[in-house]
Design a protein around this ligand. Structure first.
Ligand SMILES: Cc1cc2nc3c(=O)[nH]c(=O)nc-3n(C[C@H](O)[C@H](O)[C@H](O)COP(=O)(O)O)c2cc1C
Length: 204
């Protein structure tokens, strides 16, 4: 079973979550896991000014995804930072190049799942994930979230991301907060959960 994790990250938060999702997926037997990032759209000089260039160097080794990568997977887990309560433009741009795959019904029946990172605790993590699901449904994908059997999402002991829609992290307004152990554990759970379900679908 082939599972791909396709993300965009500007400062590394979504990337760290993506690595944890991959770790979880790898725990499921016979799962081939590939980590990919969507192409950057922001000009280099702007990345430099915003400090993102240095941050992005930490995951520059991750190969860049092409739309056909989706057709070649049994399950795809997407990671995007929240931008105004929605996915980022880089991810939207990638998805907007999948019209041919849509016309060919190439993704129908594949598993799709989403995780995110936002600056604020109530900055739109849930709207980002749910609005992302709309695109996956147009492609006929089978959506998998983060069930409440992952009880870490119910904790009141600490501030944390995570909801039944998917794993998430809170980066803080200045980006200073990296994913907590609780959030990374939920990301690993999501990877494992999607891989387990996709393996069952592949067998049918
Ligand atoms: C243009 C823009 C819009 C953003 N919109 C939101 C938002 O609606 N809610 C929020 O909590 N954070 C928002 N953020 C903060 C990002 O979500 C945050 O930088 C991101 O989660 C960090 O993840 P990354 O390091 O993977 O890029 C925004 C950031 C930018 C640059």
């Amino acid at each position: 079973m082939k599972l791909k994790i396709i993300f965009y990250s500007m400062y590394g938060h979504t990337y760290h979550m993506a690595e944890a999702v991959a770790e979880g997926a790898r725990e499921v037997e016979d799962t081939e896991v590939e980590l990919l990032q969507v192409p950057e759209l922001v000009p280099d000089e702007i990345l430099e000014l915003s400090g993102a260039k240095q941050a992005r160097a930490a995951f520059a080794h991750v190969p860049v995804a092409e739309p056909d990568d989706l057709a070649d997977a049994d399950a795809v887990i997407f990671g995007t930072p929240t931008r105004f309560g929605n996915m980022c433009a880089q991810m939207r741009n990638f998805l907007d190049q999948t019209g041919l795959l849509w016309a060919q019904n190439a993704l129908v029946g594949k598993v799709g799942s989403v995780f995110t990172s936002s600056g604020l605790q109530h900055g739109g993590q849930e709207t980002t994930i749910i609005s992302f699901h709309t695109t996956l449904l147009h492609h006929g994908m089978v959506i998998v979230g983060l069930p409440y059997t992952e009880v870490r999402q119910t904790t009141m002991e600490e501030i944390t991301g995570g909801s039944p829609y998917g794993a998430s992290t809170i980066a803080a307004p200045d980006g200073s907060r990296m994913p907590s152990e609780n959030e990374l554990a939920m990301a690993r759970f999501q990877g494992r959960h999607v891989a387990t379900i996709a393996a069952k679908l592949v067998r049918t």
